[in-house]
Design a protein around this ligand. Structure first.
Ligand code: SF4
Ligand code: SF4
Length: 383
């Protein structure tokens, strides 16, 4: 397993983690088996948004004696009033459900306290301009949560959340299909009705959100990596062919700021299928053929697929592009963390010998040599 730092929190997450939603309404034996398999595979992060007491207690029981082996990403505002799963912005209700989460999990802290489901302007104001944000900040001060995050499916609202500076972590829905939808498309509708209204290029608002997170040091954990399984299905995939689990995981993990994909696994076999990503070859992980079918629209823009390697100068070309793209958000105000991380690379833009072999291999006609020069000029110049 590989681990990535969660922004500025001091914590690190496994690149593959467990989304516990499919454990809802499952017998205890299944829950224990999935959690055992996840820990055996090195998963150290688990998302628990479900408000139900039974599943919370079963997870707590299965984790007994192993609480310190996992980072719990738990949600603030997730409720099931009237036995209907819902989000509440009523502070006493929100407090009651959060305290219940601690009690059911038999713990006195949640590692990542997520402000739940910030999709609309109203969600934003109800949470970020109210006592609920202050409640989360108090929880952090009291040590009941170690960091504050938020979950969202909507790029523009998520952007507002990140711009508050109040969160260290964003849980966001990322997969190649969603990334090609116009930003105003509500991705949860896609899961209900097959939407074919694609822009046939990566949506700028989504790409800009990931870069903003990278720039601000806000980590992203990913939900809907497999589009609720639809991307794997020949019948439901919106592309000419279905993707594999490994291609979907790789796509998400190669977006800027992403630290972990949290896969909803309902059985030990599904955990093993997700973990098999670690043993896949570059060819098996490669998602570029899917995007390539829209080649005309992607031309010139790096999608971080690493198809251009090997580089005789051993430059991580996709990595350099990620830092360059983030730096280009505001050339005159590049965050020192981006410059530091870029400079920590073993090989940088200035190591490029302009041999050109990468440009022959890049399926998206990216002007790599020019971009290496730009990266050197922007990120290697003295402060
Ligand atoms: S330069 Fe081209 S081949 Fe290399 S990572 Fe970017 S898009 Fe992929
Ligand atoms: S042109 Fe530069 S980045 Fe591309 S393969 Fe050659 S040395 Fe590497």
């Amino acid at each position: 397993m590989h681990y990535r730092p969660i922004g500025k929190t001091g914590m690190s997450a496994s690149i593959i983690g467990l989304g516990a939603e499919h454990l809802d309404n499952k017998p205890y034996e299944t829950i224990e088996s999935v959690i055992n398999a996840s820990l055996e595979q090195g998963f150290n992060i688990m998302d628990i948004f479900m408000p139900g007491e039974t599943v919370r207690k079963n997870i707590g029981h299965a984790l007994k004696g192993r609480r310190d082996q996992v980072l719990i990403q738990g949600h603030i505002c997730s409720t099931d009033i009237n036995e209907q799963y819902d989000r509440s912005r009523d502070l006493p209700t929100v407090k009651k459900y959060f305290e219940n989460l601690l009690r059911c999990l038999e713990t006195d802290y949640i590692d990542l306290g997520m402000l739940f489901f910030i999709d609309t302007e109203k969600d934003f104001s109800d949470v970020f301009e109210s006592d609920i944000l202050r409640y989360a900040q108090d929880l952090k001060q009291q040590g009941k949560i170690r960091a504050i995050g938020a979950s969202s499916h909507v790029p523009r609202t998520a952007r507002r959340v990140v711009e508050t500076g109040a969160v260290d972590l964003l849980m966001f829905s990322i997969n190649p299909a969603f990334d090609m939808m116009p930003a105003e498309t509500y991705v949860l509708d896609y899961l209900e009705n097959k939407i074919t209204d694609y822009e046939k290029k990566l949506d700028n608002d989504r790409a800009a959100l990931y870069r903003l997170c990278e720039q601000r040091g806000v980590a992203i954990t990913v939900m809907k990596t497999l589009g609720a399984g639809k991307l794997l299905s020949p019948k439901h995939s919106p592309f000419a062919q279905p993707l594999t689990t490994a291609q979907c995981i790789h796509y998400a993990l190669t977006r800027p700021a992403v630290v972990s994909v949290l896969l909803g696994c309902a059985s030990r076999e599904e955990v093993l299928d997700a973990a098999a990503y670690l043993d896949k070859s570059d060819t098996e992980r490669d998602f570029s053929a899917i995007l390539q079918s829209f080649q005309g629209d992607f031309r010139g823009s790096c999608v971080y697929c690493s198809h251009c390697l090997p580089c005789p100068a051993e430059i991580n070309i996709a990595g350099v592009h990620k830092y360059l793209d983030t730096a280009l958000l505001d050339e005159n105000n590049i965050p020192p963390a981006i410059t530091d991380q870029y400079r920590a690379l073993n090989r940088r833009g200035s190591d490029c010998t302009a041999c050109g072999s990468c440009e022959e291999r890049c399926p998206f006609s990216v002007p790599i040599i020019k971009n290496m020069q730009n990266a050197a000029a922007l990120l290697e110049k003295q402060p």
